[in-house]
Write a protein that binds this ligand. Structure first.
Ligand code: NAP
Length: 215
C-alpha cells in the first residue's frame, strides 16, 4: 500500500521505516524536509520519499497521523482536508497538554467525555479513523520482543473495514490487536499513554507494553 506519514518526529520516522520494511511505499511528510533528523532518515531509508504535509496526504492510500496532539488541527489543515476523503487514517496521536507531568502523570487537554480522535473525526467526517500505536513507546512499535509474549495494541474506530486493514498491519508489525469498538473508546485508549509513561517519568523505566489477558 501507499502510506503517507504526517509528522517527522520520532514516531513518524519509526513508523515510516517499519512500513518500508514491510514493503509498502512510504512518504514521510514534514513542514521542513531540510531538518537534520529528516535528512538522516532519508539517508538510512533510501527507498522512502519525503514530501510536504499536502503531498504526503495526497500520496497516502493510508495516512498516519504522527503529529503533536496540540498541532493536529493545524497539521491537518496544512495537509488539506480533501486529501483524507474516505481514506484509512491511523491516529497515533495523544492529547498531551503543554504543561509538565504531575508526579509522573501527564496532563491531557481533553476530558474523559471527549478524545482527540473524536475531535479529528469531526474535522474529517469522511475519513476512516483508527486509533493505534498511541499506547506504547516508539522503540516498541515495530516487531516488539518481550519475554512476556506478544503485546496488545488497543484500537478503535467507526469503520469496520478500516479496522480490519489496521489489524493486518499490526499483525505484520508483531502485535496482537484488541478492537475496543467505536471512536468513543478513544476516551479510554488515549489515557493509556498516561499510564504507560508513569514508570518512565518516576523510575526511568520505559521498556514495557500492555497485554490483555483473557480466559
Ligand atoms: N514519542 C513516542 O514514543 C510516542 C508514542 C506513542 C504516541 N505518541 C504520539 O505520537 C505523536 C507524535 O509524537 P512524536 O514524539 O513523534 O513527536 P512530537 O514532538 O509530538 O511532534 C511530531 C511532529 O508534529 C508536527 N508538528 C508540531 N507542531 C506543528 C504545527 N504547529 N503544525 C503542524 N505540525 C506540527 C511536526 O512535524 P514536522 O516537524 O515534520 O513538520 C513534529 O515533528 C504525538 O501525538 C505523541 O503524543 C508518541
Amino acid at each position: 500500500m501507499k502510506i503517507g506519514i504526517l509528522g517527522s518526529g520520532i514516531v513518524g520516522r519509526v513508523l515510516a521505516s517499519a512500513f518500508l520494511s514491510e514493503s509498502h511505499s512510504v512518504m514521510l511528510g514534514t513542514r521542513n524536509i531540510t531538518k537534520e533528523d529528516v535528512i538522516k532518515w532519508q539517508n538510512e531509508n533510501p527507498g522512502g520519499l519525503l514530501g510536504s504535509f499536502q503531498e504526503t496526504a495526497q500520496f497516502g492510500e493510508v495516512i498516519v497521523l504522527a503529529i503533536s496532539g496540540l498541532a493536529a488541527e493545524d497539521a491537518i489543515s496544512l495537509a488539506g482536508h480533501e486529501h483524507f476523503f474516505e481514506k484509512i487514517v491511523i491516529d497515533a496521536t495523544n492529547p498531551i497538554a503543554a504543561v509538565p507531568p504531575e508526579n509522573g502523570v501527564l496532563k491531557f487537554f481533553t476530558t474523559l467525555e471527549d478524545s482527540l480522535m473524536e475531535r479529528i473525526q469531526q474535522i474529517l467526517p469522511d475519513a476512516r479513523l483508527v486509533k493505534a500505536f498511541n499506547s506504547v513507546g516508539n522503540a516498541f512499535m515495530y516487531k516488539p520482543k518481550f519475554p512476556g509474549g506478544t503485546p496488545t495494541m488497543f484500537i478503535c474506530g467507526n469503520d469496520e473495514d478500516a479496522k480490519k486493514t489496521v489489524t493486518e498491519i499490526l499483525t505484520s508489525f508483531g502485535w496482537e490487536t484488541e478492537d475496543m469498538g467505536r471512536a468513543e473508546a478513544a476516551r479510554a485508549i488515549e489515557p493509556l499513554c498516561i499510564l504507560w509513561c508513569i514508570p518512565g517519568f518516576t523510575r526511568n523505566q520505559w521498556t514495557h507494553a500492555f497485554k490483555l489477558l483473557k480466559m
